[in-house]
Design a protein around this ligand. Structure first.
Ligand SMILES: C[S@@+](CC[C@H](N)C(=O)[O-])C[C@H]1O[C@@H](n2cnc3c(N)ncnc32)[C@H](O)[C@@H]1O
Length: 448
């Protein structure tokens, strides 16, 4: 692995051509390879890390065998692209489903092993699910329902989902005698189940928060669990086959199910580049990652109900926030101006301050983890609060500068497709609309 911390003259960090790139990537396939195995809210498009990585490789800033770190891994876009670029990947996330997806999407699996596992899982599954249905109808089903909230799933489909999960567990135990990659395989199978869980539930399509289809429509919601699961698994396995042929199987992905404000499991000076898209506000008033992940994680990965409820509280600016830092406004004049504007409105200044206090802790961690002179790439979406625009790209840049980072590029990026609830009310009041996110920026800075 390259140790650039000892380099005296730092490489130029994108002086040549990075601002000439068309960062909209209109028409690009954002679901290519394993990026298409599962949806995730506010997913970063893979073209951003792919472009950044190939640019910095060309410039000699990073090389094969280096490490890319992402403090906010989400569905693992950075990890997947890092591995495709020949790097090791390391990441943090507080959402167990995000950790599952990051590992499942970025660790390559031998296609033959995956095919063997897929066929074993499907062998007799159709019959078994029919038995589960009959037993349910006869009142003799002995399966333990998962700890999901009542009223979110049609029955007997909920029991069919549990039966598939149990089969994956059993297959894992059986395979562990013959292969060391059992967990990678079963994790990948769970992803297809997680997709199926969302489709089978009463969750409304296209919503990241927990909203059910209207009560009167629920009796007509009679999904075919077997077909949904097997189709998803076939498509996902095909995506993994293509991905696995392109990456170095000897590289590694390490994911920490832990808070990025205190990323103690990640070593000092261990990353050669950081590429990340942070949340753009606290989870409960912006994107509720925990709500999105709750049922899939509980059923497919046996996560606990309370564990999943804690995700949105641990998000930046959430209920488990830190003590305010008195000088934060002095560090960032843009933050000071924004808080003043919010104070004149309605007091949401406290929420904004709490979010950026948490953000500042993550920047401190990034400075510790990133080797001196190496780049951090923040993909930052701006939002409004109480109709006050929050210039996150400027605030983050100024907070980084306070910690000694050098500002290299602030590139505005137009977003051609709507992947987020743009028309949500900024105050999160049902029925009111307003521009939730105005723009996105790719901010490139150099670590001191
Ligand atoms: C915008 S998403 C990242 C999306 C990701 N780049 C992708 O392409 O899927 C932000 C992520 O940050 C995570 N997150 C929020 N607060 C966190 C914290 N304190 N520590 C670690 N992860 C956190 C959320 O769970 C979410 O997965």
């Amino acid at each position: 692995m390259t140790d650039r911390s000892r380099d005296r003259a730092h490489p130029p960090l994108g002086e040549s051509g990075i601002t000439e790139i068309d960062w909209t990537f209109a028409g690009a396939d954002t679901r290519r390879l394993t990026h298409g195995v599962h949806s995730y809210p506010a997913r970063m498009i893979p073209q951003i890390p792919a472009t950044v990585l190939s640019h910095f490789k060309r410039e000699g800033v990073i090389g094969d065998g280096d490490t890319v770190y992402d403090p906010f891994s989400g569905s693992g876009t950075t990890a997947v692209e890092g591995r495709l670029a020949g790097l090791h990947a390391e990441a943090n996330d507080i959402n167990p489903l995000a950790c599952l997806l990051t590992l499942a999407k970025s660790r390559p699996i031998d296609p033959e092993l995956l095919e063997t596992a897929r066929l074993r899982l499907l062998d007799g599954l159709d019959r078994e699910l029919r038995r589960v249905r009959s037993a349910h109808d006869a009142g003799t089903c002995e399966l333990e329902p998962s700890a999901v909230r009542e009223g979110w799933f049609p029955e007997p489909q909920l029991y069919e989902l549990v039966a598939i999960r149990n089969r994956i567990d059993e297959l894992g135990e059986a395979l562990s005698d013959t292969t060391a990659d059992t967990e990678d395989v079963t994790r990948f199978l769970r992803v297809a189940l997680s997709v199926t869980v969302r489709r089978v539930s009463y969750q409304r399509n296209g919503e990241y928060k927990r909203h059910r289809i209207p009560r009167e429509d629920r009796k007509d919601h009679d999904p075919d669990v077997y077909a949904l699961f097997t189709d998803t698994l076939r498509e996902n396995a095909e995506r993994m086959r293509s991905y696995s042929q392109r990456v170095d199987h000897a590289a590694t992905t390490t994911v920490h199910y832990a808070d990025a404000r205190d990323a103690r499991a990640v070593d000092d000076d261990s990353a050669d580049i950081v590429i990340t898209s942070p949340p753009y506000g606290d989870h409960s008033t912006t994107v509720a990652y925990g709500q999105f992940s709750q049922d899939p994680a509980i059923i497919a990965d046996r996560c606990g109900y309370d564990e999943m409820k804690a995700v949105d509280k641990t998000g930046l600016g959430g209920a488990y926030g830190q003590e305010p830092i008195d000088d934060l406004e002095r560090y960032s004049p843009s933050l000071a101006r924004t808080l003043d504007a919010l104070r004149k409105r309605d007091g949401r200044a406290t929420d904004a301050l709490s979010f950026f206090t948490d953000f500042y802790s993550v920047i401190e961690q990034v400075r510790r983890i990133l080797k001196p002179g190496q780049p951090v790439v923040w993909v930052l979406a701006n939002r409004t609060m109480s109709r006050v625009p929050i210039p996150t790209h400027l605030i983050a840049t100024e907070l980084c500068e306070q910690l000694g980072f050098e500002r290299k590029h602030l590139i505005p990026r137009k977003i051609p497709t709507k992947t987020l609830p743009w028309e949500n009310a900024p105050e999160n009041v049902a029925g009111q609309t307003g521009e939730m996110m105005a723009s996105e920026y790719v901010v490139i800075m150099r670590c001191p």
